[in-house]
Design a protein around this ligand. Sequence first.
Ligand SMILES: CC(=O)SCCNC(=O)CCNC(=O)[C@H](O)C(C)(C)COP(=O)(O)OP(=O)(O)OC[C@H]1O[C@@H](n2cnc3c(N)ncnc32)[C@H](O)[C@@H]1OP(=O)(O)O
Ligand SMILES: N[C@@H](CCO)C(=O)O
Length: 321
Amino acid sequence: MHHLHTIQLTAYRLPDQTAQTLYLNYEIFGQPLHQAPVILVNHALTGNSTVTGEQGWWNQVIGYDQVIDLNRYTVLAFNIPGNGYGNKPEQLLLNYTAFTTAVIADVFWKGLDFLRVPQLYAIIGGSLGGSIAWEMALQRPEAIHHLIPIATNVQASDWLIGQVVVQEAILNHSKHPLEDARKHAMLLYRTPESINQKFTREQQSMDQIHPVEQWLTYHGHALQKRFQLAAYQLMNHLLQTIGKALTEEQVKQFALTTTTQITMITVDSDGMFTQKEQRETYCKLYAYGADIQYKEIQSIHGHDAFLIEYQQLQTLLQPLF
Ligand SMILES: CC(=O)SCCNC(=O)CCNC(=O)[C@H](O)C(C)(C)COP(=O)(O)OP(=O)(O)OC[C@H]1O[C@@H](n2cnc3c(N)ncnc32)[C@H](O)[C@@H]1OP(=O)(O)O
Ligand SMILES: N[C@@H](CCO)C(=O)O
Protein backbone atom coordinates (compact mmCIF):
# COMPACT_ATOMS: atom_id res chain seq x y z
CA MET A 1 0.00 0.00 0.00
CA HIS A 2 1.12 3.53 -0.78
CA HIS A 3 1.15 5.89 2.21
CA LEU A 4 -2.36 6.41 3.60
CA HIS A 5 -3.07 9.79 5.21
CA THR A 6 -6.07 10.61 7.42
CA ILE A 7 -8.07 13.80 7.96
CA GLN A 8 -10.57 13.96 10.80
CA LEU A 9 -13.55 16.17 9.99
CA THR A 10 -17.19 16.82 10.71
CA ALA A 11 -19.90 15.78 8.27
CA TYR A 12 -23.50 16.98 8.34
CA ARG A 13 -25.80 14.09 7.60
CA LEU A 14 -28.99 14.54 5.65
CA PRO A 15 -31.82 15.31 6.14
CA ASP A 16 -31.49 16.61 9.72
CA GLN A 17 -27.93 18.04 9.40
CA THR A 18 -26.74 16.09 12.45
CA ALA A 19 -22.99 16.50 12.94
CA GLN A 20 -20.80 13.37 12.94
CA THR A 21 -17.04 12.92 13.08
CA LEU A 22 -15.64 11.12 10.04
CA TYR A 23 -12.18 9.95 9.04
CA LEU A 24 -11.22 10.70 5.48
CA ASN A 25 -8.35 8.47 4.32
CA TYR A 26 -6.50 9.43 1.17
CA GLU A 27 -3.42 8.82 -0.96
CA ILE A 28 -1.39 11.14 -3.17
CA PHE A 29 0.52 10.06 -6.29
CA GLY A 30 2.83 11.84 -8.73
CA GLN A 31 3.84 15.45 -8.12
CA PRO A 32 3.77 16.88 -4.58
CA LEU A 33 0.63 18.78 -3.63
CA HIS A 34 0.61 22.47 -4.67
CA GLN A 35 3.32 21.94 -7.30
CA ALA A 36 1.18 20.66 -10.18
CA PRO A 37 -2.47 20.61 -11.31
CA VAL A 38 -4.54 18.31 -9.10
CA ILE A 39 -6.68 15.45 -10.42
CA LEU A 40 -9.12 13.86 -7.99
CA VAL A 41 -9.89 10.20 -8.73
CA ASN A 42 -13.06 8.83 -7.13
CA HIS A 43 -13.14 5.06 -6.71
CA ALA A 44 -16.10 2.84 -7.62
CA LEU A 45 -18.28 0.74 -5.31
CA THR A 46 -15.62 -1.65 -4.00
CA GLY A 47 -12.54 0.31 -5.01
CA ASN A 48 -10.21 2.33 -2.83
CA SER A 49 -7.65 5.11 -2.89
CA THR A 50 -4.86 2.94 -4.32
CA VAL A 51 -5.35 4.01 -7.91
CA THR A 52 -1.88 3.14 -9.18
CA GLY A 53 1.29 1.31 -8.17
CA GLU A 54 1.70 -2.37 -7.28
CA GLN A 55 -1.88 -2.80 -5.99
CA GLY A 56 -3.39 -0.04 -8.14
CA TRP A 57 -6.73 -0.78 -9.83
CA TRP A 58 -6.25 1.83 -12.56
CA ASN A 59 -2.62 1.23 -13.51
CA GLN A 60 -3.43 1.29 -17.20
CA VAL A 61 -4.84 4.81 -16.92
CA ILE A 62 -2.80 6.48 -14.15
CA GLY A 63 0.98 6.27 -13.83
CA TYR A 64 4.27 7.68 -15.03
CA ASP A 65 3.90 8.13 -18.82
CA GLN A 66 0.33 6.86 -18.71
CA VAL A 67 -2.58 8.94 -20.04
CA ILE A 68 -2.91 10.58 -16.61
CA ASP A 69 0.80 11.19 -16.37
CA LEU A 70 2.25 11.39 -12.86
CA ASN A 71 5.18 13.39 -14.28
CA ARG A 72 2.71 16.24 -14.88
CA TYR A 73 -0.05 15.95 -12.29
CA THR A 74 -0.76 15.43 -8.61
CA VAL A 75 -3.30 12.61 -8.32
CA LEU A 76 -5.34 12.58 -5.16
CA ALA A 77 -7.73 9.79 -4.19
CA PHE A 78 -10.00 9.72 -1.13
CA ASN A 79 -11.55 6.60 0.32
CA ILE A 80 -15.27 6.97 0.83
CA PRO A 81 -15.39 7.21 4.65
CA GLY A 82 -16.59 3.89 6.03
CA ASN A 83 -15.33 1.77 3.11
CA GLY A 84 -13.13 -0.06 5.60
CA TYR A 85 -9.94 0.87 3.83
CA GLY A 86 -7.35 1.65 6.48
CA ASN A 87 -8.29 -1.20 8.83
CA LYS A 88 -9.53 0.86 11.76
CA PRO A 89 -12.83 -0.61 13.02
CA GLU A 90 -13.92 2.73 14.50
CA GLN A 91 -13.93 4.19 11.00
CA LEU A 92 -16.81 1.98 9.81
CA LEU A 93 -20.16 3.80 9.68
CA LEU A 94 -22.71 1.63 11.41
CA ASN A 95 -25.50 4.22 10.91
CA TYR A 96 -24.92 4.02 7.16
CA THR A 97 -28.47 4.87 6.09
CA ALA A 98 -27.88 8.43 7.34
CA PHE A 99 -25.42 9.05 4.48
CA THR A 100 -25.90 10.04 0.87
CA THR A 101 -23.62 10.65 -2.10
CA ALA A 102 -24.24 14.40 -1.58
CA VAL A 103 -22.91 14.15 1.98
CA ILE A 104 -19.85 12.23 0.75
CA ALA A 105 -19.28 14.88 -1.93
CA ASP A 106 -19.40 17.58 0.76
CA VAL A 107 -16.92 15.56 2.85
CA PHE A 108 -14.57 15.33 -0.15
CA TRP A 109 -14.76 19.13 -0.60
CA LYS A 110 -14.02 19.55 3.11
CA GLY A 111 -10.99 17.32 2.64
CA LEU A 112 -9.84 19.43 -0.31
CA ASP A 113 -10.36 22.62 1.76
CA PHE A 114 -8.25 21.11 4.52
CA LEU A 115 -5.51 20.32 1.97
CA ARG A 116 -5.86 23.87 0.54
CA VAL A 117 -6.92 22.71 -2.93
CA PRO A 118 -9.67 25.13 -3.99
CA GLN A 119 -9.48 24.30 -7.71
CA LEU A 120 -9.16 20.95 -9.42
CA TYR A 121 -7.81 20.33 -12.88
CA ALA A 122 -10.12 17.32 -13.08
CA ILE A 123 -12.37 14.97 -11.20
CA ILE A 124 -12.68 11.54 -12.74
CA GLY A 125 -14.56 8.54 -11.41
CA GLY A 126 -16.45 5.46 -12.49
CA SER A 127 -19.83 4.23 -11.27
CA LEU A 128 -20.45 5.34 -7.64
CA GLY A 129 -17.26 7.44 -7.82
CA GLY A 130 -18.55 9.16 -10.94
CA SER A 131 -21.83 9.99 -9.26
CA ILE A 132 -19.94 11.57 -6.35
CA ALA A 133 -18.00 13.55 -8.98
CA TRP A 134 -21.35 14.83 -10.35
CA GLU A 135 -22.47 15.78 -6.82
CA MET A 136 -19.19 17.63 -6.24
CA ALA A 137 -19.63 19.62 -9.45
CA LEU A 138 -23.22 20.50 -8.52
CA GLN A 139 -22.01 21.72 -5.12
CA ARG A 140 -19.17 23.87 -6.54
CA PRO A 141 -19.89 24.58 -10.21
CA GLU A 142 -16.83 26.80 -10.66
CA ALA A 143 -14.13 24.74 -8.92
CA ILE A 144 -13.41 22.02 -11.49
CA HIS A 145 -11.86 22.42 -14.93
CA HIS A 146 -12.73 18.94 -16.25
CA LEU A 147 -15.49 16.72 -14.91
CA ILE A 148 -15.27 13.15 -16.22
CA PRO A 149 -18.05 10.90 -14.95
CA ILE A 150 -17.73 7.35 -16.31
CA ALA A 151 -20.51 4.73 -16.46
CA THR A 152 -22.68 6.65 -14.03
CA ASN A 153 -25.44 9.25 -13.80
CA VAL A 154 -26.62 12.30 -11.84
CA GLN A 155 -29.57 10.44 -10.33
CA ALA A 156 -30.29 6.82 -9.36
CA SER A 157 -32.90 5.23 -11.60
CA ASP A 158 -35.72 3.07 -10.24
CA TRP A 159 -33.92 0.13 -11.87
CA LEU A 160 -30.76 0.83 -9.87
CA ILE A 161 -32.70 1.39 -6.64
CA GLY A 162 -34.39 -1.98 -7.21
CA GLN A 163 -30.96 -3.65 -7.52
CA VAL A 164 -29.86 -1.99 -4.28
CA VAL A 165 -32.96 -3.31 -2.50
CA VAL A 166 -32.20 -6.88 -3.64
CA GLN A 167 -28.54 -6.51 -2.59
CA GLU A 168 -29.67 -5.31 0.83
CA ALA A 169 -32.03 -8.29 1.21
CA ILE A 170 -29.15 -10.65 0.40
CA LEU A 171 -26.88 -8.83 2.87
CA ASN A 172 -29.50 -9.06 5.61
CA HIS A 173 -30.61 -12.65 5.09
CA SER A 174 -27.84 -14.72 3.53
CA LYS A 175 -25.51 -16.96 5.54
CA HIS A 176 -22.73 -15.73 3.23
CA PRO A 177 -23.85 -12.14 2.73
CA LEU A 178 -20.88 -10.60 0.93
CA GLU A 179 -20.27 -13.63 -1.24
CA ASP A 180 -23.88 -13.99 -2.34
CA ALA A 181 -24.39 -10.26 -2.83
CA ARG A 182 -21.31 -10.12 -5.09
CA LYS A 183 -22.53 -13.11 -7.12
CA HIS A 184 -25.81 -11.34 -7.79
CA ALA A 185 -24.14 -8.02 -8.52
CA MET A 186 -21.59 -9.49 -10.96
CA LEU A 187 -24.44 -10.32 -13.33
CA LEU A 188 -25.56 -6.68 -13.27
CA TYR A 189 -22.02 -5.48 -14.00
CA ARG A 190 -21.77 -7.69 -17.11
CA THR A 191 -24.13 -8.65 -19.95
CA PRO A 192 -25.58 -11.96 -21.13
CA GLU A 193 -23.30 -11.73 -24.18
CA SER A 194 -20.19 -11.17 -22.07
CA ILE A 195 -20.98 -14.06 -19.71
CA ASN A 196 -22.04 -16.42 -22.51
CA GLN A 197 -18.80 -15.98 -24.45
CA LYS A 198 -16.59 -16.43 -21.37
CA PHE A 199 -17.04 -20.15 -20.95
CA THR A 200 -16.91 -22.87 -23.60
CA ARG A 201 -19.22 -25.89 -23.73
CA GLU A 202 -16.12 -28.10 -23.39
CA GLN A 203 -15.57 -26.67 -19.91
CA GLN A 204 -18.95 -28.01 -18.85
CA SER A 205 -19.71 -31.53 -17.73
CA MET A 206 -22.54 -33.18 -15.85
CA ASP A 207 -20.51 -34.05 -12.77
CA GLN A 208 -18.71 -30.71 -12.33
CA ILE A 209 -19.73 -27.36 -11.01
CA HIS A 210 -20.69 -25.17 -13.94
CA PRO A 211 -17.86 -22.77 -14.90
CA VAL A 212 -20.09 -19.71 -14.50
CA GLU A 213 -20.85 -20.82 -10.95
CA GLN A 214 -17.12 -21.25 -10.29
CA TRP A 215 -16.54 -17.78 -11.68
CA LEU A 216 -19.27 -16.23 -9.53
CA THR A 217 -17.95 -18.09 -6.48
CA TYR A 218 -14.45 -16.83 -7.27
CA HIS A 219 -15.66 -13.21 -7.34
CA GLY A 220 -17.84 -13.79 -4.25
CA HIS A 221 -14.87 -15.12 -2.27
CA ALA A 222 -12.64 -12.33 -3.54
CA LEU A 223 -15.01 -9.65 -2.24
CA GLN A 224 -15.54 -11.46 1.03
CA LYS A 225 -11.75 -11.49 1.58
CA ARG A 226 -11.25 -7.81 0.87
CA PHE A 227 -14.44 -6.18 2.21
CA GLN A 228 -16.24 -5.86 5.53
CA LEU A 229 -20.02 -6.26 5.71
CA ALA A 230 -20.72 -2.83 7.24
CA ALA A 231 -18.54 -1.20 4.60
CA TYR A 232 -20.30 -2.92 1.72
CA GLN A 233 -23.73 -2.13 3.21
CA LEU A 234 -22.81 1.56 3.15
CA MET A 235 -21.48 1.42 -0.43
CA ASN A 236 -24.59 -0.39 -1.63
CA HIS A 237 -26.87 2.06 0.19
CA LEU A 238 -25.08 5.08 -1.32
CA LEU A 239 -26.04 3.96 -4.83
CA GLN A 240 -29.72 4.56 -4.16
CA THR A 241 -29.04 8.07 -2.81
CA ILE A 242 -27.43 9.42 -5.99
CA GLY A 243 -29.05 12.76 -6.83
CA LYS A 244 -31.72 12.13 -4.21
CA ALA A 245 -32.58 15.78 -3.60
CA LEU A 246 -31.74 17.01 -7.11
CA THR A 247 -34.42 19.11 -8.81
CA GLU A 248 -34.86 20.01 -12.46
CA GLU A 249 -34.27 23.66 -11.57
CA GLN A 250 -30.93 22.81 -9.92
CA VAL A 251 -29.83 20.91 -13.02
CA LYS A 252 -30.78 23.92 -15.15
CA GLN A 253 -28.99 26.42 -12.90
CA PHE A 254 -25.92 24.20 -12.83
CA ALA A 255 -25.82 24.02 -16.63
CA LEU A 256 -26.26 27.79 -16.92
CA THR A 257 -23.60 28.75 -14.38
CA THR A 258 -20.92 26.06 -14.38
CA THR A 259 -17.50 26.76 -15.83
CA THR A 260 -16.69 23.04 -15.85
CA GLN A 261 -16.02 21.22 -19.11
CA ILE A 262 -17.94 17.97 -18.78
CA THR A 263 -16.96 14.80 -20.62
CA MET A 264 -19.39 11.97 -19.98
CA ILE A 265 -17.97 8.56 -20.78
CA THR A 266 -20.62 5.88 -21.15
CA VAL A 267 -20.61 2.18 -22.00
CA ASP A 268 -22.99 1.24 -24.79
CA SER A 269 -23.97 -2.04 -23.06
CA ASP A 270 -24.14 -0.73 -19.46
CA GLY A 271 -27.03 -2.42 -17.62
CA MET A 272 -26.46 -0.60 -14.32
CA PHE A 273 -26.46 3.02 -15.51
CA THR A 274 -28.06 2.57 -18.91
CA GLN A 275 -26.83 4.40 -21.95
CA LYS A 276 -30.37 5.75 -22.52
CA GLU A 277 -30.53 7.47 -19.13
CA GLN A 278 -27.02 8.89 -19.53
CA ARG A 279 -27.89 10.16 -22.98
CA GLU A 280 -30.94 11.92 -21.49
CA THR A 281 -28.71 13.63 -18.91
CA TYR A 282 -26.35 14.74 -21.66
CA CYS A 283 -29.19 16.09 -23.85
CA LYS A 284 -30.73 17.99 -20.95
CA LEU A 285 -27.47 19.63 -19.84
CA TYR A 286 -26.51 20.42 -23.43
CA ALA A 287 -29.91 22.02 -24.06
CA TYR A 288 -29.52 24.16 -20.93
CA GLY A 289 -26.15 25.37 -22.22
CA ALA A 290 -23.51 23.33 -20.40
CA ASP A 291 -20.12 22.75 -22.01
CA ILE A 292 -20.59 19.01 -22.31
CA GLN A 293 -19.41 16.13 -24.49
CA TYR A 294 -20.75 12.60 -24.75
CA LYS A 295 -18.30 9.74 -25.40
CA GLU A 296 -18.92 6.05 -25.61
CA ILE A 297 -16.97 2.89 -24.86
CA GLN A 298 -18.18 0.13 -27.17
CA SER A 299 -18.07 -3.19 -25.42
CA ILE A 300 -19.96 -6.42 -24.90
CA HIS A 301 -18.92 -6.42 -21.23
CA GLY A 302 -21.48 -3.98 -19.81
CA HIS A 303 -20.95 -1.72 -16.82
CA ASP A 304 -17.56 -3.23 -15.83
CA ALA A 305 -16.16 -2.26 -19.26
CA PHE A 306 -14.62 0.80 -17.57
CA LEU A 307 -12.34 -1.71 -15.78
CA ILE A 308 -11.72 -3.81 -18.89
CA GLU A 309 -11.61 -1.68 -22.07
CA TYR A 310 -8.46 0.26 -21.23
CA GLN A 311 -7.41 1.07 -24.78
CA GLN A 312 -10.71 2.78 -25.54
CA LEU A 313 -10.58 4.62 -22.23
CA GLN A 314 -7.03 5.81 -22.93
CA THR A 315 -8.06 7.09 -26.37
CA LEU A 316 -11.08 8.94 -24.97
CA LEU A 317 -9.11 10.50 -22.10
CA GLN A 318 -5.97 11.45 -24.07
CA PRO A 319 -7.25 14.84 -25.37
CA LEU A 320 -8.14 15.98 -21.83
CA PHE A 321 -4.74 15.33 -20.24
C1 LIG B 1 -12.84 1.55 -10.38
C2 LIG B 1 -12.57 0.98 -9.03
O1 LIG B 1 -12.70 1.61 -8.07
S1 LIG B 1 -12.09 -0.65 -8.98
C3 LIG B 1 -13.41 -1.45 -8.31
C4 LIG B 1 -12.97 -2.59 -7.49
N1 LIG B 1 -12.35 -3.60 -8.27
C5 LIG B 1 -13.08 -4.50 -8.93
O2 LIG B 1 -14.28 -4.55 -8.98
C6 LIG B 1 -12.25 -5.52 -9.60
C7 LIG B 1 -12.74 -6.92 -9.40
N2 LIG B 1 -12.36 -7.59 -10.58
C8 LIG B 1 -13.19 -7.73 -11.61
O3 LIG B 1 -14.36 -7.45 -11.55
C9 LIG B 1 -12.58 -8.24 -12.89
O4 LIG B 1 -11.51 -9.05 -12.59
C10 LIG B 1 -12.13 -7.11 -13.84
C11 LIG B 1 -13.31 -6.17 -14.14
C12 LIG B 1 -10.97 -6.31 -13.28
C13 LIG B 1 -11.65 -7.75 -15.14
O5 LIG B 1 -12.72 -8.47 -15.74
P1 LIG B 1 -12.44 -9.72 -16.71
O6 LIG B 1 -11.29 -9.41 -17.58
O7 LIG B 1 -13.73 -10.11 -17.32
O8 LIG B 1 -11.96 -10.83 -15.70
P2 LIG B 1 -12.84 -11.86 -14.87
O9 LIG B 1 -14.05 -11.23 -14.28
O10 LIG B 1 -13.06 -13.10 -15.66
O11 LIG B 1 -11.89 -12.14 -13.66
C14 LIG B 1 -10.66 -12.75 -13.84
C15 LIG B 1 -10.41 -13.68 -12.66
O12 LIG B 1 -11.45 -14.67 -12.62
C16 LIG B 1 -10.85 -15.94 -12.53
N3 LIG B 1 -11.70 -16.86 -13.23
C17 LIG B 1 -12.08 -16.81 -14.51
N4 LIG B 1 -12.86 -17.88 -14.80
C18 LIG B 1 -12.98 -18.60 -13.69
C19 LIG B 1 -13.64 -19.81 -13.36
N5 LIG B 1 -14.36 -20.51 -14.23
N6 LIG B 1 -13.54 -20.25 -12.10
C20 LIG B 1 -12.84 -19.57 -11.19
N7 LIG B 1 -12.16 -18.42 -11.45
C21 LIG B 1 -12.24 -17.94 -12.69
C22 LIG B 1 -9.52 -15.78 -13.23
O13 LIG B 1 -8.60 -16.78 -12.78
C23 LIG B 1 -9.08 -14.39 -12.80
O14 LIG B 1 -8.46 -14.44 -11.54
P3 LIG B 1 -7.40 -13.28 -11.08
O15 LIG B 1 -8.11 -11.94 -11.21
O16 LIG B 1 -7.09 -13.64 -9.67
O17 LIG B 1 -6.24 -13.40 -12.02
N1 LIG C 1 -16.65 -3.66 -10.39
C1 LIG C 1 -17.18 -2.49 -9.78
C2 LIG C 1 -18.68 -2.48 -9.99
C3 LIG C 1 -19.39 -1.26 -9.51
O1 LIG C 1 -19.04 -0.17 -10.30
C4 LIG C 1 -16.86 -2.46 -8.31
O2 LIG C 1 -16.76 -3.52 -7.72
O3 LIG C 1 -16.68 -1.38 -7.78
